[in-house]
Design a protein. Structure first.
Ligand SMILES: Cc1cc2nc3c(=O)[nH]c(=O)nc-3n(C[C@H](O)[C@H](O)[C@H](O)COP(=O)(O)O)c2cc1C
Length: 437
């Protein structure tokens, strides 16, 4: 079983209650906050931790930033994950370090440099969550208006990946010579120009950084639309999914396996990790109390602000009791389809959608003792619905502490999770071959 800790470099994660919990510190702008979390996750032998990211404050709701900023939604603050991961590389030694970067609002050369650098300084622990970005707010910050259409973003992303891969491969593994006696730094015959010229990108190359310890960083993707899954099947080595129930987890995984087969890749070429939000107590009643406390801290408006950012749509004009069926998305399609399916036939209202989104975007909740949570996770993996989990905290750092001290030892006793790291790189932890050309 593979485990990832989910984070945003800001006040909330999927849960919008995090910063409001009176028990917690509000030092999410400090390095200490992320260092504490990284150390807990590494103590729990997590494969990696990862920062989600977006490139604009949310101002879809009411065509203004007022709701998101006032209530503290998912986009009210997001610091850049890369400097944080650089700092965390120095205080950890095994846990993988993942960051989100957008193929719509960046250039392949920048991305290839950033992740090659992180891979070197972390001794092979870098991972890139490839996103195509979601909304017009992001387009407005990059002078790129209007936001490209949904499928066109993936077309651009395909070429982006081609260029990034060529850049990482532009140094052969043994190109760096470092022969001090003869004064030979590197072998020029093993460092190659790309001369890439395509529809979206021109890049001459080569990269100005030798090949990283992992060859290429681990590539993560989370698209859940049809086009998104095809993209993930072509490029990813880890797939994140957020599916609200077991039935949808199975459907998603079967579709990804079919998409991988279409790309000529085996079903285990990409590790499928399902998002979960655990609430862990000494008893079930205590876990339920924690969940209820958490939920009481979420205003439906804050969820609607984040939902608006995901769907690239303004829900402020719709009556709160209107059915969510009328919602359409030019942003994330997979998330919106999942939202419509959540009530199993019974339509849910816009206000319900705001509450669901604010409480945890739609992450399935595992509520109970550490044993209950471990058993449920074991069942999901045994059923073939996932290869592991993205653990999304409801409380910080408490959820990760409860999980590492309570759930991880049970998973270890069941023989489902490592007792110690067997290797150094993130590829070692995930059991995926090095990204050589
Ligand atoms: C666990 C998880 C994490 C994600 N993290 C991000 C993120 O950090 N930034 C982002 O723009 N999209 C993120 N997404 C969204 C997807 O990457 C994707 O861009 C989005 O779902 C739109 O694709 P689709 O229409 O194919 O579903 C995430 C999705 C999941 C399930």
């Amino acid at each position: 079983m593979h485990l990832c800790g989910f984070l945003i470099a800001g006040p909330v994660v999927h849960s919008h209650a995090i910063w409001r919990n009176p028990k917690h510190t509000t030092d999410f702008l400090s390095l200490e906050h992320y260092t504490r979390i990284a150390k807990v996750l590494e103590r729990g032998r997590f494969d990696f931790m990862f920062f989600a990211d977006r490139l604009a404050i949310a101002d879809r709701y009411g065509a203004s930033h007022v709701t998101g900023i006032r209530h503290g939604d998912q986009d009210a603050t997001r610091m850049d994950p890369m400097p944080i991961l650089g700092a965390l590389a120095a205080v950890t030694s095994r846990i993988g370090l993942g960051a989100t970067r957008s193929t719509t609002y960046d250039a392949p050369y920048n991305i290839a440099r950033e992740f090659a650098t992180l891979d070197h300084i972390s001794a092979g622990r870098a991972a890139w969550n490839v996103v195509t970005s979601m909304n017009d707010g992001e387009a407005l910050n990059y002078g790129n208006v209007p936001h490209l259409g949904h499928d066109e973003r993936y077309d651009r992303a395909d070429e982006f990946m081609e260029v990034a891969f060529k850049l990482w491969d532009s140094w052969e593994p043994d190109a760096l010579v470092l022969d001090r006696a003869r004064g030979i730094y590197a072998d020029p015959s093993k460092v190659h120009y790309l001369n890439h010229s395509g529809k979206w990108f021109q890049s001459r190359g080569p990269l100005n950084i030798p090949r990283g310890p992992q060859g290429r960083p681990v590539v993560i993707q989370a698209g859940s639309s049809g086009r998104g899954k095809a993209f993930a099947a072509r490029w990813s080595e880890v797939i994140f999914a957020l599916q609200p129930n077991m039935e949808r987890m199975h459907k998603f995984t079967a579709e990804v396996h079919a998409a991988l087969a279409q790309q000529g890749r085996p079903a285990d070429a990409s590790r499928i990790l399902m998002a979960i939000m655990p609430f862990i107590g000494e008893s079930r009643a205590e876990a339920e109390e924690k969940r209820d406390l958490h939920d009481s801290l979420v205003d439906p408006l804050v969820g609607l602000s984040t939902l608006g950012a995901h769907a690239n749509a303004d829900f402020s004009a719709l009556p709160l009791d209107e059915s969510v069926e009328s919602v359409t998305s030019s942003g994330s399609q997979g998330n919106i389809n999942a939202l419509k399916s959540i009530a199993a036939g019974e339509p849910i209202s816009i206000a319900d959608a705001g509450r669901i989104y604010g409480r945890g975007v739609m992450c399935p909740r595992l509520v109970g003792t550490a044993k209950d949570v471990a058993d449920e996770m074991a069942d999901i993996v045994a059923s073939g619905a996932a290869d592991g989990f993205v653990v999304s905290p409801a409380f910080l750092p408490d959820t990760f502490e409860d999980f590492v001290d309570g759930v991880v030892p049970i998973l270890q006793d069941k023989g489902l999770f490592r007792r110690d790291y067997a290797g150094v790189t993130l590829r070692d932890h995930l059991g995926i071959a090095d990204g050589t050309a």
